[in-house]
Design a protein around this ligand. Structure first.
Ligand code: ADP
Ligand code: MG
Length: 489
């Protein structure tokens, strides 16, 4: 135990504490000593650097394409630096890498006006997003600023752009079916709440249109749409036609079209996730649509190649395949008491190549994929769902026993017809030579009608399953004309 005289004879720091903070002299000696200890600890912490030093400003040395190289300042990867343009404007950039003393920066927006030796000012800002119910019905850019004609946003809450992932053991399992309003998907590829689904197809096969249908008809409290790297024209189309006024009122749209910088496009994707997480944490069931995951991967490819990461598969550097699961894992069911994020991501199968590296990687990390086939779309069959190649991994947990049997039977009939298509089409198939083929031929026109659905028509889950049961259980019309409404081969 120290005595009064020992404290008085202590270091200069202790004496000054006594001199400037006389309230220490009150209370019992033991209490005074405790308080003195606390104050000293607080001072040591402050002196040791809890207060950040002022940022050291650097200089811009070089730019190549969208990459800028700065010297003389320090900032962490993922941190922000402002580059001061000739006219004094501050151009926001992100640190995407470094080499030795050099920082590699990329602009989030426009980089016009940057001059040699421009000042580079590290900004100690936390990357967060303003959120609130005011976001519903609004269209935002990748920075979260409204681009519609609505009033300014006055959200007071903030959430991190890169939210903390949910402990995988705490996630609720996927066990509740989700009605998406599309007959073929409800009946044959049933989705569950919290599932992450890929929509795979080449360009112009109807991904965005099907996404629009699912947006209108899916049973969800909040819809968050990330339009990442697609044509600017599509943003307005999606908002006006796919969502409509009613749909928009429960939606938040984040649009970062193809002419945005790669960082902005990626930020748009993260922002969509952050907004979806905000609503999920309030217990809401959120539908998160991202069009497209491929453009997100391409944005990361642009950034990685620009700073010198070597390309691996088809020009995609390895970091792309690290980023994809980070994005997709942010959807899914929350912990107990939270809501869910059902994620639907479109994936462009370039040249209808199902072995494209992004297609491959997405197939591995998603809980299912719906493949749209160009040959079906070419015959005017929309939505052009290729039932044979599509899989819903949540089906086992969601569909009832009866529905699973119907699905198996449908797949058998469907693939029997497709396998014998060449024979049937040229008229070489002799009726009666195989009972299974006879059944498939007789059912085919009705299968096509089952798959076809107008865009303005919604079919709920129970009606979808009932239609499937009706299709398979009603005796096939024996006089059915084979291939009367075939798939056009
Ligand atoms: N359900 C549908 N009904 C009629 N036409 C459709 C349908 N889905 C797609 N299409 C046609 O296909 C075109 C391309 O569709 P889109 O969804 O933009 O393709 P993607 O997003 O795959 O590039 C549309 O402009 C439209 O003409
Ligand atoms: Mg599209």
């Amino acid at each position: 135990m120290s005595t009064e005289s020992e404290v008085a004879a202590g270091s200069g720091a202790e004496r000054s504490v006594r001199n400037h903070e006389p309230e220490i002299a009150t209370g019992s000696r033991a209490e005074r000593n405790v308080r003195l200890g606390q104050r000293l600890a607080a001072r040591v912490a402050r002196a040791e650097g809890d207060v950040p030093p002022p940022p050291v400003q650097g200089t811009l040395r070089r730019t190549i394409g969208l990459t800028m190289e700065a010297e003389g300042c320090e900032a962490p990867v993922g941190g922000r630096c402002d580059v001061v343009a000739l006219d004094g404007r501050r151009i926001e950039t992100e640190v995407v890498g470094f080499a030795g003393e050099r920082l590699y920066l990329m602009p989030v927006g426009e980089m016009r006006g940057i001059v040699p030796n421009a000042r580079v000012v590290p900004v100690a800002a936390v990357r967060d997003v303003r959120v609130g119910d005011e976001l519903l019905g609004r269209v935002l850019d990748g920075s979260g600023n409204p681009i519609d004609d609505g009033p300014a946003l006055c959200c007071t809450e903030r959430v991190p752009l890169f939210g903390a992932p949910i402990n995988p053991l705490k996630r609720r399992p996927i066990d509740e079916p989700l009605d998406v309003g599309v007959r073929s998907i409800n009946a044959l590829l049933p989705l569950g709440r919290g599932q992450r689904l890929g929509l795979f197809a080449g360009s112009g096969v109807g991904k965005s249109q099907l996404l629009g249908m699912m947006t209108r008809y899916t049973d969800a409290d909040v819809i968050v749409v990330g339009l990442i790297g697609e044509r600017g024209r599509e943003v307005k189309e999606f908002v006006d036609l796919a969502l409509g006024a009613e749909g928009l009122s429960r939606s938040v749209v984040v649009a970062t079209p193809a002419d945005d910088t790669p960082l902005m496009r990626m930020q748009g994707a993260w922002l969509s996730c952050a907004v979806a997480e905000y609503f999920r944490n309030q217990g809401k069931h959120v539908l998160l649509l991202m069009d497209s995951l491929t453009r997100f991967a391409q944005a990361q490819r642009e950034i990685a190649l620009a700073i010198g990461e070597p390309p691996a598969t088809k020009g995609y550097p390895p970091s792309v395949f690290a980023r994809l699961p980070q994005l997709v894992e942010r959807a899914g069911n929350g912990a107990a008491g939270q809501g869910s994020i059902t994620g639907i991501y479109t994936v462009l199968a370039e040249g209808d190549d199902q072995n494209d590296p992004v297609v491959d990687a997405s197939r591995a990390i998603l809980d299912g994929h719906v493949v749209l086939a160009r040959e079906l779309a070419d015959t005017g069959l929309y939505p052009a769902v290729d039932v044979e190649s599509s899989v819903s991994r949540a089906m086992q947990a969601i569909a009832g026993h009866e529905q699973k049997e119907l699905i198996t039977r449908f797949r058998q009939v469907y693939s029997t017809y497709r396998q014998n298509l060449d024979l049937i089409a040229v008229g070489a198939y002799q009726k009666g030579s195989d009972a299974r083929v006879d059944e498939a031929v007789a059912l085919w026109p009705r299968i096509i009608e089952f798959l076809r659905q107008r865009q303005d028509e919604s079919v709920d889950y129970d009606s979808s399953v009932a239609a499937l049961a009706e299709l398979l259980n009603r005796p096939a019309n024996p006089g059915g004309t084979p291939a009367a409404d075939g798939d056009g081969s």
